[in-house]
Design a protein around this ligand. Structure first.
Ligand SMILES: *Cc1c(COP(=O)(O)O)cnc(C)c1O
Length: 480
């Protein structure tokens, strides 16, 4: 393909993308294919001779679309949102064309420097303490990770390394390093990625019980630390969550932060979903206590219109992570080393894409006000759905609605709700995912797509009511 052919193909594809997103409501949100549907239709091996673009283009609709779950359908209400916007897609085109691998400053100074500035811009939008920003010219700064899971792992490794260094300095040098003595804390409501980071980092993680609001409290953490120290263990890290995946609950980071400071252990805050809302002054109070944290993470790729992958991690002392897995081969050295961060030290892979372009385009084209409006609209739609639920006595709301997530169930057994959730998804008109909250099978309804409107909420509510009537009737008949 040469540039002339590319121009034409790209224009054709842009038209396809626009039509796809404009008419996405017309497609069932869930596909109707069975496992290996695609294998049956694809040739066994790559073509010997190159094919024309036209035949690839035609296969998008024929082969790919039937196997798509349409995450950007306004009728997608599963998991949490994943971001999508035109400015971000535009940036991805440019990122692809520049195709740089910005592991060091010299590997593309613009790639490093735009990322530093964008992380500062976003940090200021969130009103993060100065110490987390590069502009403070201290040890702090932000880095774009691929995902919140990587952010947790990277900080866990940084905290582990710091803990081991502290121990080494207090032990004689020939003593073995007691990795199995280290213990980190999260709550029973933490995302599974925290447990997974523990497995990857070979660290024991204790999931602590929450209070009746599903919030981890300082005294629970303090008690666990005391118990573990008495057993000869070494607590070194706590991971708190703002906006849990199950129910959007908030850990009490003011209390937890105090305990962490007192006990000299690292506090990491995971606000993957809810973090975007903190750009609105009315939600910023949820972030009070962040000044006591060592690291803070949120996903603009969830709720801030920046396409996957873009997970923002700020560190108060980035050197603690950089020094944790520092290698320095000759082929990566450069003249300006040490004057400005080399991002390769703050992540697990070496290579990295120019992801800050997406932030730059989105922040400039929407502006802070545009993004705030977007968050507020989603919260408003969630409350509208909550109000609909309240008009129908067959339903109960599980947890208070704070942001864009509504948790609820049909009054009745877990079995009934499981059947209900399955029946909703089987119709493929809307898509939801369940959860277990306070031991009970619960439905989650998240406002997800950028283009979800009031009518889509009404559409979903109509689905919920219709299917509820069916299921309750069937239930009555089988119990008769
Ligand atoms: C979604 C989510 C994650 C995982 O996000 P990834 O970026 O996919 O790793 C972690 N924590 C919470 C609270 C989440 O909601």
């Amino acid at each position: 393909m040469d540039s002339k052919q590319f121009r034409e193909a790209a224009k054709q594809l842009v038209d396809y993308v626009c039509d796809y997103l404009d008419n996405i409501r017309d497609r069932p949100v869930l596909p109707s294919v069975e496992p290996f549907y695609l294998e049956k239709q694809l040739p066994d091996s790559a073509p010997e001779d190159g094919e024309p673009w036209e035949s690839v283009f035609n296969d998008i609709e024929k082969l790919i679309m039937p196997g798509m779950t349409h995450w950007h359908s306004p009728r997608f209400h599963a998991y949490f949102p994943t971001a999508n916007s035109y400015p971000s897609i535009l940036a991805d085109i440019l990122t692809g064309a520049l195709g740089c691998i910005g592991f060091t400053w010299i590997a593309s100074p613009a790639c490093t420097e735009l990322e530093m500035s964008m992380m500062d811009w976003l940090g200021k939008m969130l009103n993060l303490p100065e110490e987390f920003l590069f502009s403070s010219r201290g040890n702090g700064g932000g880095v774009i990770q691929g995902t919140a899971s990587e952010a947790t792992l990277v900080t866990m490794l940084g905290a582990r390394s710091q803990a081991l260094a502290k121990l080494a300095s207090s032990c004689s040098s020939n003593q073995s390093i007691p990795l199995d003595k280290l213990v980190a804390y999260c709550s029973t409501q933490s995302h599974s990625s925290v447990e997974r980071a523990g497995l990857l980092a070979a660290i024991t993680i204790r999931a602590l019980e929450t209070d009746e609001n599903l919030s981890l409290r300082g005294e629970t953490l303090e008690k666990a630390i005391k118990e573990d120290k008495a057993k000869g263990l070494i607590p070194f890290l706590a991971v708190a969550t703002l906006g849990t995946t199950n129910s959007c609950a908030f850990d009490n980071i003011v209390e937890i932060g105090e305990i962490c400071q007192k006990e000299d252990i690292w506090l990491h805050i995971d606000a993957a979903y809810a973090g975007s809302a903190f750009i609105c002054p009315e939600y910023r109070h949820y972030l009070n206590g962040v000044e006591k944290a060592d690291s803070f993470n949120m996903n603009p790729h969830k709720w801030m219109l920046i396409n996957f992958d873009c997970s923002a991690l700020w560190l108060k002392n980035r050197h603690l992570v950089a020094n944790a897995f520092n290698v320095d081969p000759v082929y990566l050295k450069h003249d300006k080393q040490g004057q400005i961060p080399d991002y390769r030290h703050l992540q697990i892979p070496l290579g990295r894409r120019f992801r800050s372009l997406k932030m730059w385009f989105v922040l400039r084209l929407y502006g802070v006000k545009g993004l705030q409006e977007y968050i507020r609209k989603h919260v408003r739609l969630a409350h509208e759905f909550e109000a609909m639920l309240k008009t129908d006595s067959r339903f109960e709301i599980e947890q208070p609605v704070v942001l864009g997530l509504v948790t609820f169930r049909l009054k009745g057994s877990d079995e009934l709700n499981e059947k209900y959730s399955k029946a909703i998804n089987d119709r493929k008109q809307i898509h939801i995912t369940p959860s277990r909250i306070n031991g009970r099978y619960t439905l989650r309804f998240a406002v997800c797509a950028r283009t979800t409107e009031q009518d889509d909420i009404k559409f979903a509510w109509n689905e919920f009511q219709t299917v509820a009537s069916q299921i309750l009737k069937e239930n009555e008949q089988t119990t008769k």
